[in-house]
Design a protein around this ligand. Structure first.
Ligand code: S3P
Length: 424
């Protein structure tokens, strides 16, 4: 599906509610499936990725039904040997978290994914799991992953990467392993796994960059999932760069391991206010007010990178509208996402007239430039590229034609509809 995006002249105005967090939705369905009894998950995501996690859990014998705004999960607390391959679709979170769990079961299983997922690196999880005693064969460290269930033992793993998917994979394997398992990462990545496992009764603790877990049984949970700050990020960027905008984004998750976009927006001079901060299921939630601002450039590097990793493509778009040179470093893992997001965003933004240069671990953007547009844009089968380039289209002189726009459905099927509410 092609999407034509045109310049907005009168600003974005109004209030919208941001839909459910993708990362938390994956964890909610997977962890509830491991808990004996009935769990109730309110505001589960409609995105294709969390639905992949749900379908994998169903293939492993868990019963699930939607009732009003809730997903009800009924589980015996144990997965059953699957009769089919487990299809993770496009979802890195599904394949990596499920690998940790399946490595320690008393049956064999195979995890598969779509073309993009089958190209993504799995060595990062196969290595620690193998140290724990797992048996996983793969296609040169890529999916399909054939897992022969084993008895696992705990390890103390020091990771070179700051990655919530790798951390969660190792911690979930630790739930089934003898002894204690710990995971240490250079900088703290998103901690939804730690928060939710603790709420469900796991023996887990965090000290600085290290999380430690012991074999535990999970209790069922009743929870409500907040809105996704990674989805809100597109509206934050749009509100900041489209002249005359003033918008309110309601019910956004504000876990400090995810709010790098807000820190950077403020550093760039963005006019952002947090309203009605509250806590739901140990996750911080609030409403975000964003107004058009004269942005200035900044340097983004180091510790903040895992806190805004998925937002970097749209931050690149923001930087095209910020005065000065914005430099993004230490983000080499962006090349291993649903696409090589460094190459992709640099190629597509250059095509429409932005001044952006690729570096091995990020990009350099010179602003403020008025962008020409008037081109056909590739999305690389990557939802975050599609949405980031849509935001660029709002400030282009000539319309953009974005190809394969349906990829937004991976995380944010409501994207287009919500945008039109703000540009009436
Ligand atoms: C995710 C973690 C991040 C992020 C991905 C979702 C998660 O990946 O990019 O979209 O839900 O744990 P890494 O952990 O590989 O950085």
């Amino acid at each position: 599906m092609q999407k034509i995006v045109e310049k907005i002249n009168n600003g974005l105005k109004g209030t919208i509610t941001i839909p459910s967090d993708k990362s938390i939705s994956h964890r909610a369905v997977i962890f509830s499936s491991l808990a004996k009894g009935t769990s109730v998950i309110k505001n589960f995501s409609n995105g294709k990725d969390p639905i992949s996690s749900l379908n994998v859990c169903k293939t492993l014998g868990v019963s699930a039904e939607f009732s009003k705004n809730s997903l009800i999960i009924r589980s015996t607390g144990n997965f059953q040997k699957p009769l089919f391959e487990l299809d993770c679709g496009n979802s890195g979170t599904t394949i990596r978290l499920m690998s940790g769990i399946l490595a320690g079961q008393n049956f064999n299983s195979t995890l598969i994914g779509d073309e993009s997922l089958s190209k993504r690196p799995m060595k990062r999880i196969i290595e620690p799991l193998t140290l724990m005693g797992a048996k996983i064969s793969s296609n040169e460290y890529k999916a399909p992953l054939n897992i022969t269930g084993q008895k696992l033992k705990g390890i103390n793993y020091i990771s070179k990467l700051s990655s919530a998917q790798v951390k969660s994979c190792v911690l979930l394997a630790g739930l089934f392993a003898d002894g204690t398992t710990s995971f240490t990462e250079p900088f703290v990545s998103r901690n939804h796994t730690e928060i939710m496992l603790k709420q469900m009764g796991a023996n887990i603790k965090t000290e600085q960059n290290t999380v430690t877990i012991c074999k535990s049984e999970l209790e069922p949970i009743e929870m409500e999932i907040p809105g996704d700050i990674s989805s809100a990020a597109y509206f934050i960027a749009a509100g900041l760069i489209v002249p005359n905008s003033k918008i309110i984004l309601k019910n956004v998750g504000l876990n400090p391991t995810r709010t790098g976009i807000l820190t950077i927006a403020e550093k760039m001079g963005g006019n952002i206010e947090i309203l009605d901060k509250r806590e739901i299921n140990s996750e911080i939630v609030g409403d975000i007010q964003v107004s058009y601002s004269n942005l200035k450039s900044c340097i983004i590097e180091g510790e903040i990178i895992p806190k805004l990793i998925d937002e970097l493509p749209v931050i690149a778009v923001m930087a095209t509208q910020a005065k000065g040179t914005t430099v993004i470093k230490d983000a080499q893992d962006l090349r291993n996402k649903e696409s090589d997001r460094i190459k992709a965003i640099v190629t597509e933004l250059s095509k429409i007239g932005a001044d952006i240069e690729e570096t091995p671990d990020g990009f350099i953007i010179n602003g403020k430039k008025s962008i020409q547009g008037g081109a056909e844009i590739e999305t690389y089968h990557d939802h975050r590229l599609a949405m980031s380039l849509y935001i660029a289209g709002l400030v282009c002189k000539k319309p953009l034609c974005i190809k394969d726009f349906e990829w937004v459905n991976i995380s944010f099927p409501e994207f287009d509809e919500l945008f039109s509410l703000l540009s009436l």
